[in-house]
Design a protein. Structure first.
Length: 191
């Protein structure tokens, strides 16, 4: 019982250290800018987007949301999450999300990690995921980072093709211990 409590405390402390270090990394970074392309608004996350972003991520990610990073995104989500919204002034709809965070490797490499990119099935095939990545490349490059890392299953051909087309390079291939899938760890280095 005591060991379980100690492990839980250590886990909470590790998460808090990651949040503090992430906020430090983003101290000088501006919020993500807005841009409209082909009727889609690309912009930074705002807290009022949280429920819809969480719902879309769960829909596209086998029921898994961003619960463990909720505090991080409340603090600096405007600098870490790109959302895509249909540009309908009467009733804009959130149609895509590109979620970033830092892991230890990113702190060491001065990169930022793309943890999830997804587009509403009714809007897929329109280049929205690629545009969110392009927006992220510009944002994080201007913010002074050296690159963007990501992990993509080899079976996820659309996401892999989009990343490769934008200059992400595989730096290692591994088998995911949870899913058993072969995955690439890729990095898009900024020039």
């Amino acid at each position: 019982m005591l060991g379980k409590i100690a492990r839980r405390i250590v886990s909470i402390m590790r998460r808090m250290i990651l949040i503090v270090n992430s906020v430090r990394q983003l101290k000088k970074a501006p919020p993500i800018s807005e841009e409209i392309k082909a009727g889609i608004l690309y912009c930074g996350f705002i807290p009022s987007d949280a429920a819809v972003v969480q719902l879309l991520i769960r829909q596209l990610n086998n029921g898994v949301g961003f619960d463990d990073r909720r505090l991080l995104y409340q603090l600096v989500g405007s600098k870490l999450i790109i959302v895509a919204k249909s540009h309908d002034r009467k009733q804009p709809k959130l149609v895509g999300v590109d979620l970033y965070y830092f892991n230890q490797r990113d702190f060491n490499d001065r990169t930022v990690h793309e943890g999830f990119v997804g587009v509403d099935p009714n809007y897929q095939g329109r280049g929205i995921a690629s545009e969110m990545r392009i927006h992220a490349i510009s944002h994080f490059n201007q913010a002074g980072f050296k690159g963007i890392s990501t992990r993509i299953s080899l079976s996820n051909k659309p996401s892999l093709a989009s990343a490769l087309k934008l200059g992400f390079q595989p730096v290692e291939t591994y088998k995911d211990q949870i899913t058993g899938e072969d995955r690439h760890y890729l990095i898009k280095w900024f020039a």
